[in-house]
Each structure stands twice: as structure tokens, then as C-alpha cells.
Ligand binder design. Structure first.
Ligand SMILES: Cc1cc2nc3c(=O)[nH]c(=O)nc-3n(C[C@H](O)[C@H](O)[C@H](O)COP(=O)(O)OP(=O)(O)OC[C@H]3O[C@@H](n4cnc5c(N)ncnc54)[C@H](O)[C@@H]3O)c2cc1C
Length: 796
């Protein structure tokens, strides 16, 4: 048997085979797949084979679109059939909220080039005649929806990979993975040992067990899932006999998906009474069997389905498929280089292998071969969960996700499962002050503070929420006096050592500041994409603090470690340094009463170590609210003492806490972009205006320099522009289409309502050639085309 390979892909389900194929497609042919049994011996063989593009995350939706379009390519390459049925599909809406969601999705699809359509009840009855349209107000029609043969498709991926030089070993079970000091892997199998440069864990139902062989915990869990295939249904038989096919119907209200199967129907459910499977580990002898039928847990769903699809009630049951498949806590796959590991890649927790498998394979292959994926894939990056995650968190989140599979996802929604797992010392104090909490990377973060008479729960909505009044009040507090919040939801890294400055100069495209100063520094990938938006503070020569997005700390840490050099020490101190931010016209006066340091001597972008009250702090003069403000960092053990100092000193100025809703409103006034909205690996610095923070003067070949330089010579086609929108009761969230001259020519990156300026604001990428000072456009918000005008001057 071949004993060396560049890449060993563990697992021959649809995902492993797709990864293998894409590695060959992008140029690596010395790749091998190890499968403990036959191909498709995990979840893959019992999948219903349905596929669709709809996904709340736009990049995930694009990758699903890629996956679906790939099948014809596979058939052409291999001559094998994927059993494709491009029958189209409708997703029903039985209430306004659900309809709003579909309309918002349709709007996103406009600039993505997806030909979806909103259809009314009468059209639904024509397109999908087995549907009882009573109570239905509309649907999203997607011509790309369809289904395929799971086994045929997996074998098509495998054959295409083999044709390009890949090796597939079946009945080859991986027993152990051991890393050598050079970062390569020894893989022990029942057929002998294999030496591989890289491992890809695509072990599906056994991904946890395979991960544990390398000491990795993958936050995923199998859930039981059931679908029913009926005997012949006369209505379907008639359609087939007339040469047609019935489309898919997804009925979120009934938590069901339905499609034609043979001359009958097939219906599956995401039931509330769901059950996780094999919580403590997947047995190695599982694989080709099904779970026993369980009609009790889907009894209510079936009753609902009989009303929505009356033909079902008259049909006999031909077979029941009940099997497990895996989910991550948020339902998206776990893909990419595993943080803290060398040459270990994840392609796990793919819950919709036939919608997502192609995109996962492409993404991983690009990452391995080209060093980075072509788009922002944070929604499925395994680094989006930190080391804090445990099975105790994963279990309730996976159940919650399964139950919410067809629920409406609102942009302002905070999900209830597994909350409070990470809190700062301020949690009790802020709770008593009325904090309404959100969660970021497991950490509780106040969204706003509810005063008596104000709602203590923010109603999930696509429109302006009931937190409007409280947010407005908090904005006013900051703009007119002084507000306070924590700095806990920034990531923080400490960089020290004799080469700290030169290393940062290479990592960051921005200027690295002198001692006592800070700078705002974009971090670019080799392809010039924005992969970080940092504040770099030089505490003293050779000692720097970096701050950025809390939720991206593992994503950034992984990149830093990947690019480490001698003479640099890097420490992730995100949870070891906390503190507060005070902002507003009274902030300096407040701070002065707490310290003997001359606050007026701290310049804008200054960094000073000083005592505040009785606490040793690092103080920086800047604020994301756009006000005169200070970030005050301290040891978490001293946080409550610092709070007492600042809070008491703030009383004469009517200090009040403010939350993320107010913060995100205030940043709009100064046109401050936001990480993962304007600043993400989807965009370059020149597209989003972040290039003004690039130091082209510095004599360093910083990562991404070549692209940034090229864009100076030839500016990119897109440009970020800020608009004031004539919005009605809903503001821009992200990805709304922008119409110029009645044609979709751009899309929004983010937006919201400025309570200070009392304007609805949108950030949008539009063609550079269209940009003028007076550019007027239309932005589609929840189906309404709202007029919008370019803003040239910040609102503060
Ligand atoms: C009832 C049901 C219906 C579904 N319907 C759909 C649908 O309509 N559309 C859709 O997109 N998805 C559907 N799914 C989900 C779909 O099946 C999964 O997304 C997909 O199969 C995941 O594929 P995978 O390759 O990641 O994992 P798996 O299919 O579990 O494959 C993992 C492979 O790894 C192998 N392996 C594990 N450990 C080792 C080891 N140590 N050494 C060697 N090999 C190993 C296993 O033998 C297995 O073949 C459904 C799932 C179920 C249960």
C-alpha cells in the first residue's frame, strides 16, 4: 500500500470526496482518501438528497449556489449520473415576519445574480399543486432547488478525483494520528501506517472521535432525523404522466420539507421534540443501519403536514428513513485550519452535504493550496468557536439550532440556549442596572440598558425594534455628557520581544506607532484582502497591545502563529485585560477627578500607563463612538474597584452605561466602518477606504503590499459610499441591493439608524465610475425601494 501522501483525507462521505476532488482540481494530485468501510458509510447514504441555495449568511448561500452548479460538471467529467432533478422549490410564508425574511433574502439574491422570485398564493397553487395555500401569504421560488442521488453524487466526486490522480483506500480505518516534530503526521490504520503532510478530518459522524486522536475537541453533535417516503400519490403520478415534476416545498410553519420521490412524496421534519444521538461518542460499529422509526416525536408535525399537503394523508407509507447527522452549535460547517494545530484541517459538521459539500471542498482546497479562501468564510470557519467551548455548551446549542432550522432569523435576535457561560465581574452590577444581554463568542455583552417602563426583552424584528427608545436615550447620554461601557468585547494581544516592531511592521499594513502612541492598522492577506482592523498601541519600545474584534480572536491568533518569527512573544490576553470605555464631552473631566496624571496632556491616539483611583491602568485616548473618549484597561481582578471609581466620579455628570446598540448607532455618525461588515476578507482596503490607514511610506514588505500598491495605481471597480436613506420603519442591515439608474449595481455592507443625527444610514459598495458627490440611489429594504443620497460630511 502507498505509505506517503501530501494530504490524507479521513472519511469517504460526500464531504471527504468533495475535498479530495477539489484538491485535485486546484492542482494537488498526491492526495489520498481513507475510508474505514465503503464510500458513503456515514450520514451520506441515508440523506434525502435535497439541495437549495437559501442560507441566512450570504457567502454560505453563494457557496451553496456553487455546489449546486457543480453537479453537471461532475457528470460531464466522470460520465456518472448524480441523479439530478432540478425541479425548483418554494419556501412558504404564513405570516408577515416570515414573508419579510423571504423578501429580504430575495433582495440579497438580486446582486448575487440568483434568479429567485417572490410568488403569491395563486402562483404557489399552480407551481406546487399538492400545497393547501390556506393561510399562506407568499413564498420564495428558487429554480435551483432540487434533489439528487446521494450515493451516485459521492461516487462522481470520487471518480473525478481518481481521474485526476487521487488515491482512495476503502476498508482502511484510521486508528491513530500522531504528529512529528516537523509538523507532518503519522496515520496508523488497520492496513498499516501512512505518512502525510496534512490531515483533513472529514469523518462526519465520527469527526469527534477522529479529532480526539489528535487531542482536538470539535464542537459538533449528531442529531436524529427522519423522513418518510410514501407509496404512489395520484396527484404526483398525474404530473409525471403529463411529463412534469413536482417542485420542492419547504413549509417552515410545519417544520417540514417535501418533494416528489418516484411516483409518491417524501417529507422530512425538523421537529421541536428532537433528540441528539450518541452524545458521548459515535459507536465504531455503526454505519449501515437506520435508527428505529419514531412517529411519536413527529406526531404533531405529521398532523400539520396533513393539513398543508392533504394528499399525504391518503398515501400509504412506503419507507421511513431515520438516521443521524452532525451539527455545529450554529448549524454551519466547521471548516479550515484548526487553531493551535499545524497541518490539521477540518471539514466537519456539514449538515447539508448536498447543498454545501462542494463549497466546503472548494474552500478548503483554496485554503490549503492558495493560502486563503477566495471569500469571507468566517460563518463556517472552525476558528469562530474558541477554546472555551465544551460539550456542555455544544449540546443545548445544537438542539436549539435543530429546533430553529426553519425559524425566522432576525438580525437583532439573541438566542437563549447556553447563555451566561462567560461573564465579566460587571455582570451582576449591569444586570441590576437593567442590562439586556447579547452574546458574542460566548461572552455576555449588554445590548442596552432598560429603565423602568422600557422593554427588558428586545423583540426580534426586521424592523426597528422596541429597544429604539432606550438606545436613543443612551446615545443622548454619551453625546451630551458621558457614557460608560466595558472593553471586554475587544480581543487583546500582547506582543513583546526584540523583533516585536519589525514583526508587526510585516503583519500590519498600517503604521506601527512610537512609544506612547497608538495607530489604526489594517491587516491584509497575501491577496490584499482585509483580514484585520487593529488598534496597535505601543506601551513602550518592544511592548505592544493589539485590540480588535473579540469574536475573531482565534481567527487572528491562528494567522499570527502561522506567520510567527523569532524574537517575538505573542500572548492572547483578551480575557486577562478588561476595563471600561468612557466617552462624551464630560469624559476628560471625569477622568481627571480620578487621577493625578494630567489628562489634558493625553493627546488623541495617546497611550499612557497611569493610576485611576487605586487601579493601575493603560489608558488610550480614542472612542469608537466618535466622541472625545478613553479606553481604560485593567486587570480583571481590579475591574470592580475601577468601576466604583469611575461611577462615583461620574455622578456629577449624570454618567450612564450604554450598550452595543447605542455604540453601533454612534459609529454611523463618524462613518466608522465595522469589522465583518465593511472590513472583511471579501474586500480590499482600497474598496472600503481603509487604505487611508496603510503606510505606503514604511520601508517594509508588509503582507498584502503588492496588491495594495497595485490598487493605488489602478483603483478597484467598487467604492464604499455612505448614504442617508429615506427609510420607513426598517433600516439597512446588510446586503440590500442598491439601484442606480434603475439597475442593481451595488449592495449595502451595513447600516442602521443614527439617533444623534436622526437619519437612517447605509454603507454600500457601488461602482467607482458611478460615484459623484451628489450620487442618488435607491436601496431596497424589505421589498420597498427607498431613495438614498450620498453623504459627504460625517454627522458629528
Ligand atoms: C435522514 C437524513 C436526511 C438527510 N437529508 C439531507 C438532504 O436532503 N440534503 C442534504 O444536503 N443533506 C441531508 N442530510 C445530511 C447529509 O447526510 C450530511 O450533511 C452529509 O452526509 C455529511 O457528509 P460527511 O461526508 O460530512 O459525513 P459522513 O457521511 O458521516 O461520512 C463520514 C465518513 O467518514 C468515515 N470515517 C469515519 N471515521 C473514520 C476513520 N477513523 N477512518 C476512516 N474513515 C472514517 C465514515 O465511514 C464515513 O463514510 C441528511 C441526513 C440524514 C440523516
Amino acid at each position: 500500500m502507498q505509505t506517503t501522501t501530501r494530504v490524507a483525507v479521513i472519511g469517504g462521505g460526500v464531504v471527504g470526496c468533495s475535498v479530495l476532488y477539489h484538491l485535485t482540481k486546484l492542482g494537488w494530485s498526491d492526495v489520498m482518501l481513507l475510508e474505514r468501510s465503503e464510500l458513503t458509510s456515514g450520514s451520506t447514504w441515508h440523506a434525502a438528497g435535497g439541495f437549495h441555495t437559501l442560507n441566512g449568511d450570504t457567502n454560505m448561500a453563494a457557496l451553496q449556489g456553487y455546489t449546486i452548479k457543480l453537479y453537471k460538471e461532475l457528470e460531464a467529467i466522470t460520465g456518472l449520473s448524480c441523479g439530478l432533478h432540478h425541479v425548483g422549490g418554494v419556501t412558504l410564508a404564513d405570516n408577515q415576519d416570515r414573508f419579510d425574511m423571504l423578501v429580504a433574502e430575495r433582495a440579497k439574491h438580486r446582486y448575487m445574480g440568483l434568479e429567485t422570485e417572490i410568488v403569491g398564493p395563486e402562483e404557489i397553487a399552480k407551481i406546487a399543486p399538492v400545497t393547501n395555500i390556506e393561510g399562506i401569504i407568499g413564498a420564495l421560488y428558487d429554480p435551483l432547488d432540487g434533489h439528487l442521488d446521494p450515493s451516485g453524487t459521492t461516487h462522481a466526486y470520487a471518480k473525478a478525483a481518481r481521474m485526476a490522480g487521487a488515491t482512495i483506500k476503502t476498508h482502511c480505518k484510521v486508528l491513530q494520528t500522531t504528529q512529528r516534530s516537523d509538523g507532518t503526521w503519522d496515520i496508523t490504520t488497520n492496513k498499516g501506517s501512512i505518512h502525510a503532510e496534512h490531515i483533513v478530518n472529514a469523518a462526519g459522524l465520527w469527526a469527534r472521535e477522529v479529532g480526539a486522536m489528535a487531542g482536538i475537541y470539535f464542537p459538533l453533535l449528531p442529531m436524529e432525523h427522519q423522513y418518510i417516503v410514501t407509496e404512489e400519490v395520484p396527484e404526483i403520478a398525474a404530473i409525471i404522466d403529463a411529463g412534469g415534476e413536482h417542485p420542492h416545498v419547504t413549509d417552515p410553519a410545519g417544520e417540514s420539507y417535501l418533494r416528489q420521490e418516484g411516483r409518491g412524496l417524501c417529507i422530512g421534519f425538523y421537529e421541536k421534540l428532537c433528540r441528539p444521538w450518541s452524545v458521548d461518542g459515535t459507536p465504531w460499529d455503526f454505519g449501515h443501519e437506520l435508527l428505529p422509526d419514531d412517529f411519536d416525536k413527529i406526531e404533531d408535525s405529521i398532523a400539520f403536514a396533513y393539513k398543508r399537503f392533504p394528499a399525504l394523508e391518503r398515501a400509504g407509507v412506503k419507507s421511513v428513513i431515520h438516521g443521524p447527522f452532525t451539527f455545529a452549535p450554529d448549524g454551519n460547517p466547521l471548516v479550515g485550519p484548526v487553531p493551535g494545530m499545524r497541518n490539521y484541517w477540518s471539514a466537519c459538521a456539514v449538515m447539508a452535504g448536498f447543498s454545501q459539500g462542494g463549497g466546503v471542498g472548494l474552500t478548503l482546497a483554496q485554503w490549503m493550496i492558495e493560502g486563503e479562501p477566495e471569500r469571507d468564510v468566517f460563518a463556517m470557519d472552525c476558528a469562530r468557536f474558541g477554546k472555551w467551548i465544551t460539550p456542555g455548551y455544544t449540546l443545548p446549542k445544537v438542539i436549539e439550532n435543530y429546533q430553529r432550522r426553519f425559524s425566522v432569523s432576525h438580525p437583532n435576535e439573541e438566542l437563549p440556549a447556553a447563555r451566561g457561560v462567560r461573564r465579566t465581574p460587571m455582570y451582576e452590577t449591569f444586570t441590576e442596572m437593567g442590562a439586556v444581554w447579547g452574546a458574542q463568542f460566548g461572552l455576555e455583552v449588554p445590548n442596552y440598558f432598560s429603565h423602568p417602563g422600557e422593554p427588558d426583552f428586545e423583540t426580534p424584528s426586521f424592523r426597528r425594534s422596541n429597544a429604539w427608545g432606550a438606545t436613543k436615550r443612551e446615545v443622548k447620554t454619551v453625546r451630551q455628557g458621558v457614557g460608560i461601557n466595558e472593553v471586554h468585547n475587544f480581543s487583546k494581544f500582547l506582543v513583546t520581544g526584540s523583533n516585536a516592531r519589525s514583526w508587526l511592521d510585516r503583519m500590519m499594513a498600517g503604521r506601527i506607532p512610537q512609544p506612547g502612541r497608538l495607530s489604526l492598522a489594517p491587516m491584509l492577506s497575501h491577496k490584499g484582502k482585509i483580514i484585520g482592523d487593529f488598534t496597535v498601541s505601543c506601551i513602550k519600545e518592544g511592548t505592544f497591545q493589539l485590540t480588535a474584534s473579540y469574536a475573531s480572536q482565534d481567527y487572528h491568533h491562528r494567522w499570527f502563529l502561522h506567520n510567527m518569527q523569532d524574537g517575538v512573544q505573542l500572548e492572547n490576553i483578551s480575557d486577562h485585560r478588561t476595563g471600561f470605555q468612557i466617552a462624551g464631552p464630560k469624559a476628560a473631566e471625569l477622568l481627571q477627578t480620578c487621577t493625578t496624571t494630567q489628562v489634558s496632556s493625553i493627546k488623541f491616539l495617546g497611550v499612557v500607563e497611569m493610576i485611576v483611583g487605586s487601579t493601575a491602568c493603560l489608558v488610550q485616548q480614542l472612542s469608537y463612538t466618535g466622541d472625545h473618549g478613553f479606553e481604560i484597561y485593567c486587570d480583571p481582578m481590579a475591574q470592580l474597584s475601577l468601576w466604583d471609581t469611575l461611577w462615583n466620579a461620574g455622578q456629577p455628570h449624570a454618567i450612564a452605561p450604554f450598550g452595543m446598540r447605542a455604540m453601533m448607532s454612534m459609529r454611523l455618525d463618524r462613518f466608522f466602518g465595522s469589522w465583518m461588515s465593511e472590513f472583511s476578507p471579501d474586500y480590499t482596503a482600497a474598496e472600503t477606504g481603509l487604505d487611508r490607514f496603510i503606510s505606503f511610506k514604511k520601508n517594509t514588505d508588509f503582507i498584502g503590499r503588492a496588491v495594495a500598491e497595485a490598487e493605488r495605481v489602478k483603483p478597484p471597480n467598487r467604492q464604499l459610499v455612505v448614504f442617508e436613506v429615506d427609510a420607513i420603519d426598517a433600516d439597512v442591515v446588510a446586503y440590500e441591493p442598491v439601484f442606480i439608474d434603475d439597475k442593481v449595481q451595488g449592495f449595502c455592507t451595513s447600516g442602521g439608524y443614527s439617533h444623534h443625527a436622526e437619519k437612517s444610514i447605509a454603507f454600500a459598495l457601488v461602482p467607482r465610475s458611478s460615484v459623484t458627490d451628489t450620487l442618488a440611489v435607491e436601496i431596497e429594504i424589505l421589498g420597498q425601494r427607498c431613495k438614498a443620497r450620498r453623504l459627504m460630511e460625517p454627522l458629528l
